[in-house]
Design a protein around this ligand. Sequence first.
Ligand SMILES: NC(=O)c1ccc[n+]([C@@H]2O[C@H](COP(=O)([O-])OP(=O)(O)OC[C@H]3O[C@@H](n4cnc5c(N)ncnc54)[C@H](OP(=O)(O)O)[C@@H]3O)[C@@H](O)[C@H]2O)c1
Length: 229
Amino acid sequence: MLNIMDLTKKTALVLGATGLIGTELVKKISENGEYQRVHLLVRRPIEVESDFCEVHIVDFDELNKYHDLFQVTDVFCCLGTTIKVAKTKEAFRKVDYEYPVEAAKLAKENGAEKFLIVSSMGADPESLFFYSRVKGDVEVTLKSLDLPSLHIFRPSLLLGKREEFRLGEKIAEKASGVINKLMIGPLLPYRGIHARKVAAAMAVMAQSNKKGNHVYLSHEIDSMAGYTD
Ligand SMILES: NC(=O)c1ccc[n+]([C@@H]2O[C@H](COP(=O)([O-])OP(=O)(O)OC[C@H]3O[C@@H](n4cnc5c(N)ncnc54)[C@H](OP(=O)(O)O)[C@@H]3O)[C@@H](O)[C@H]2O)c1
């Protein structure tokens, strides 16, 4: 139940709330007392503990139908897939480019103050790698939308427990304990980073007054999170 104090608090919408970063982000913003209502746009039923989180099962191909849900202060986008899961480049691009761009347009139309999105280290429209090219493209398009306050997070390898088994990430995670310690100086942006830290940094930057477009590299995300592992 809302009390009078809650009315002064912000509202948020999260895309990708069921993912590794998204789950941590929802926990974080449910605990930090900044929000009176958080809309979670998902494609399958989920359980949530917090009573101010509202789950909406939506068709991501028709995000426009949920236009009014974007009448919030902050929009967080933690969407993403892999070529292995998506099966085709087109399907991958839909999740990592089309949905975030559509969400950002809806956020702008509805007057959202901030749009915060997880991209990736190496995002570059000119990259030789399809994944990095799509991440680069989404960044370029989002920047061109002239959003009031855009925050792009570029983590390196994500650490954390995920249900889906990803062999490459598992091996890299095992090695990262030792390797991370060796990554200093110019190698800092390549250190693996826990999904919880990325979520914490997003929650921190959602409270900043920074206007315009901002991009954060992995080691910057690490320091923003406000704690050490
Ligand atoms: N893995 C890494 O090491 C790494 C490194 C740097 C950056 N990143 C980027 O960080 C972001 C978040 O990564 P993550 O590991 O937290 O992601 P994740 O665990 O794979 O979760 C992805 C989220 O996107 C949703 N999603 C996927 N396909 C969808 C579709 N077709 N329609 C609607 N929703 C869909 C998932 O929903 P369901 O739960 O319903 O599937 C989930 O909520 C991604 O953009 C990723 O590219 C990852």
